[in-house]
Write a protein of this length. Structure first.
Ligand code: ZN
Length: 204
């Protein structure tokens, strides 16, 4: 039996990578660190090195700044899609952007002689890479692991994290950082007199 800790930390609130192929999709979303603005897909060269790092470079030939920009748009649409896994609404524009990307990737079902089938992109170049990432999302929706991939509730963070908690109740990528920060913010808001100025800065 586990010891009854006074302030238990939800098991799901960690930056542990998602299991299996979902880890690649998670890593794709987390190529942008919103807090620092550090963007691994900020340039064509950046995208190329990320693809190489993840064994996806062979799927692409020449990579341009426009390719990187396209990938970044799909990435943000996927981040928005994860909002649904916390019970929030997904922007219609995000769902539409992903549908468009899936069309450009020419995702098709390929059956194999083992009796199974997978979604694969028929497109080439960066569209093929995007198709591969979208097919991971779809496979996870089918196998039931998708709902555990969430976007951190802290708006200044929005890191994609995999919720490992038993009851899938995690809200933050890190309880120690984002969880405590959100709680402190809520505490300050509660303590603020209702008549006080609303012009208070949210900058820290
Ligand atoms: Zn976070």
């Amino acid at each position: 039996m586990k010891p009854n800790l006074p302030n238990p930390q939800p098991e799901g609130s960690s930056r542990r990578p998602a299991p299996g192929g979902l880890g690649l999709l998670q890593s794709f979303i987390n190529t942008l660190e919103i807090e620092t603005g550090q963007d691994k897909l900020g340039t064509g060269a950046g995208l190329e090195s990320w693809l190489r790092e993840h064994g996806l470079a062979e799927a692409t030939t020449s990579i341009s700044a426009a390719d990187a920009q396209h990938c970044a748009q799909v990435r943000e649409a996927l981040r928005d899609l994860l909002e649904a896994n916390r019970g929030s609404a997904v922007a219609k524009s995000a769902a539409e952007a992903l549908s468009r990307a899936a069309r450009s990737s020419q995702l098709v079902l390929r059956f194999d002689d083992g009796g199974g089938a997978i979604l694969q992109p028929a497109a080439t170049g960066v569209d093929a890479t995007i198709g591969r990432i979208l097919s991971i999302a779809y496979a996870a929706m089918i196998d039931g692991s998708w709902h555990r991939l969430k976007v951190c509730e802290d708006d200044t963070c929005r890191w994609a994290f995999y919720d490992y908690s038993k009851n899938c109740s995690g809200s933050w990528c890190s309880m120690a950082v984002c969880g405590n920060r959100s709680k402190a913010r809520r505490y300050r808001t509660r303590r603020k007199p209702s008549t006080s100025s609303t012009r208070e800065s949210h900058r820290r």
